[in-house]
Design a protein around this ligand. Sequence first.
Ligand SMILES: Cc1cc2nc3c(=O)[nH]c(=O)nc-3n(C[C@H](O)[C@H](O)[C@H](O)COP(=O)(O)OP(=O)(O)OC[C@H]3O[C@@H](n4cnc5c(N)ncnc54)[C@H](O)[C@@H]3O)c2cc1C
Ligand code: FES
Length: 267
Amino acid sequence: MSEPRTLAPPERRVALVSGVERLGAYDLITALDPSGPADPRPGQFYMLAAVDAWGGGDDERPYLPRAFSYARARAEPDGLALGFLLESIGPGTARLSALEPDEELAVVGPLGIGFRPPDPGTRPLLVGGGIGVAPLLCWKEERGDAAALLGFRSAAHAQAAALFAGEPRVVTDDGSVGKQALVTELLAEELDADPRATVYACGPPPMLEAVRALCTDCEVRAQLAMESGMACGFGACFGCVVPTRDGYARLCVDGPVLDAELLETAL
Ligand SMILES: Cc1cc2nc3c(=O)[nH]c(=O)nc-3n(C[C@H](O)[C@H](O)[C@H](O)COP(=O)(O)OP(=O)(O)OC[C@H]3O[C@@H](n4cnc5c(N)ncnc54)[C@H](O)[C@@H]3O)c2cc1C
Ligand code: FES
């Protein structure tokens, strides 16, 4: 919470879907944002909604937009090509996963505070669980020196690891790719070998809590990209608050990346 809050205006723009790629259990949707900020920071997010067929009933409303970390951003002549990695778990993600090229996507963002640079003298260590690998992808693209430790449920989910350059270490719950292990076991091995690291983690709450506890024990700084239900995405509704040692934080403007030491627990 030491960083200035994002100044992105909460305006809604229309981006045109330019690519849809199925990656095992996930979908990678690319959309061209013609007039938004050209420099989102890894760990920031966008509120997304399909322009057509977003919601139920005759007028297809009132579904709220949903929050998504951007996974990739590439400057193109006509705007910024934003990539979002989605797991279809409900009506919003199902609709977004069904988008086709040239359909319209409503975007608000970039929002929130992303990852900060590693502490001096430490190496960046990325720890991702499941769909939580999404914000780590653009961070890895920016920080080529970062090692990536990735954990997935199964081989279908582990296909997302192919998006990462270098050689990410991959484990799965069922042992279908890499060792049958939790990604925090890889983190423990890495910190055991060399604790001079800044850890960047995103994944389900139990994984984040395990990362937080391990890093606390090893006296290693960690930045956790967290999630909570977000209705507005820019500080207005207080729907996304989480308790911290400094009081409640609104994850959409004070996060979603929080320093682990601010938290009693990431659960
Ligand atoms: C900052 C941020 C970044 C995100 N980035 C991504 C991303 O890159 N890719 C991606 O696929 N998803 C991402 N999410 C999660 C995504 O926004 C939610 O899962 C979204 O609610 C899905 O919408 P839906 O309509 O498909 O499902 P919903 O109907 O909204 O949810 C389906 C089920 O999941 C539960 N649920 C929804 N959101 C959460 C949550 N945040 N924590 C715990 N349980 C929840 C609901 O209670 C419900 O049971 C992100 C969330 C946040 C806050
Ligand atoms: S989502 Fe509305 S205040 Fe954070």
